[in-house]
Design a protein around this ligand. Structure first.
Ligand code: B12
Length: 254
C-alpha cells in the first residue's frame, strides 16, 4: 500500500530528523533519465535531492550504530538505511551517488534542482553554502513535482552572476600545495600522491586546502573532525596509481 505522494515539506521534515536537507527536486527528463523505473514498473515523476549542508548531519550520523561498527563506508551505509526506508515509505527508489560506476549524474541533477554553479574545483558551488554541501541520496518517486520545483535555474536565480569569476583573486586556485587544480581540470593523482605523503598532513587534518580557501559559505566549512573523516575515506578509497616499474633489460631469447 503506497501512501500519497509526499510534499516537499513532508520530505524536508523526514530528512531533518537525520540532520539532512532537501536540496530541491526535478522532473525527470525522459531522454536523460530513462533508467528511473520504480518498483511497480512505472516511470518516476519526480526526483528529490537529499544532502548534507555543512556538518548538520554529523550529530545524527556519529550517534548511529554505523559510525563505530568498524565496517567499511559507515556514512554510505547510514545514508542507505535512511534512503531505503524513505523510498519504501513513499513507493519509490533511493539512488545513491556512490553506487557505480556507472554513476548517477548527481551534479547534473543538482544543477537542475537548485541554483548551483560550476566552480574551478569541479565541485558545484551554492550561493549560500559555498562548497560545503554534498548529496547522500536522491528519491525517485511517483507523482509529479510541484510547479515551483520545475523552475529552470536561470529563472530561479536571476542576476546571479558567476560567483567564481567575480571572486577576487580566486584563492581556491592558489591554495593547493601541489597545484592539483588549474581552473579547468583536477589532477587527481597529484592530489592523492600528496595526501599519502607526510606533507599532505594539513590537507588530511583540515580538509582540502583549496576547498577551505573559498570565501563563499565559510560558516559552513566542515569542522576538523568531519573534514578528517572525509579526507581519510577519500585517501583510503583512492590510492595513487604507483609509478610504472622501470623497464627491465631485454632477456636474451625474448
Ligand atoms: C568519481 C567521483 C570523484 C572522483 C573524480 C571526480 C572528478 N572531478 O573527476 C574523485 C574520487 C577524485 C572525487 C573526489 C572528490 N569528490 Co567526487 N564524486 C565522484 C562521483 C562518485 C561520480 C562522478 C561521475 O562520474 N558522475 C557521472 C556523471 C555522468 O555525472 P555528472 O553529474 O555529469 O558529473 C560530472 C560533471 O558534473 C563533471 N563536472 C563537475 N564539475 C564540472 C565543471 C565543469 C566546468 C565541467 C565541464 C564538468 C564538471 O564532473 C562529474 C564527473 O565527471 C560523484 C557522485 C555522482 N554520482 O555524481 C562524486 C561527487 C562529484 N564528488 C563530490 C565530492 C564532495 C568530492 C570530494 C570533495 C570528496 C572529499 N574528499 O570529501 C573530492 C574532491 C573532488 C574535487 N575537488 O574535485 C560531490 C560533489 C558535491 C558538489 N558540491 O558538487 C559528489 C557529487 C558526491 C556527493 N556525495 O555529493 N570524486
Amino acid at each position: 500500500m503506497v501512501a500519497t505522494s509526499p510534499s516537499a515539506d513532508d520530505i524536508g521534515e523526514a530528512l531533518a530528523g537525520h540532520g539532512l536537507f532537501l536540496r530541491g527536486g526535478l522532473q525527470p527528463d525522459p531522454a536523460l533519465d530513462q533508467l528511473l523505473v520504480l518498483p511497480g514498473g512505472q516511470s518516476a515523476g519526480v526526483v528529490w535531492m537529499a544532502g548534507v549542508v555543512g556538518a548538520a548531519h554529523w550529530a545524527s550520523f556519529s550517534a548511529s550504530s554505523f559510525f563505530a561498527d568498524g565496517l567499511p563506508d559507515p556514512l554510505d551505509r547510514w545514508s542507505q538505511a535512511i534512503g531505503d526506508e524513505l523510498a519504501a515509505r513513499w513507493g519509490g527508489v533511493a539512488l545513491y551517488p556512490f553506487s557505480g560506476p556507472p554513476y548517477w549524474p548527481f551534479q547534473q541533477w543538482a544543477t537542475r534542482a537548485e541554483p548551483l554553479q560550476n566552480s574551478p574545483l569541479m565541485l558545484r558551488i551554492d550561493p549560500v553554502y559555498g562548497l560545503w554541501h554534498a548529496y547522500r541520496f536522491a528519491l525517485a518517486l511517483p507523482g509529479s513535482p510541484p510547479a515551483s520545483v520545475a523552475v529552470p535555474v536561470a529563472a530561479a536565480a536571476p542576476g546571479l552572476g558567476s560567483l567564481c569569476l567575480q571572486c577576487d583573486g580566486q584563492p581556491c586556485l592558489q591554495a593547493c600545495p601541489v597545484s592539483a587544480f588549474d581552473g579547468a581540470s583536477y589532477r587527481v593523482e597529484t592530489c592523492l600522491g600528496w595526501l599519502h605523503e607526510a606533507g599532505g598532513e594539513p590537507c588530511m587534518q583540515q580538509g582540502c586546502l583549496a576547498r577551505r580557501a573559498c570565501p563563499v559559505g565559510a560558516a559552513y566549512r566542515y569542522p576538523a573532525e568531519v573534514a578528517a573523516f572525509h579526507m581519510k575515506a577519500f585517501a583510503a578509497h583512492h590510492r595513487p596509481v604507483p609509478a610504472p616499474a622501470p623497464a627491465l633489460p631485454a632477456v636474451p631469447g625474448d
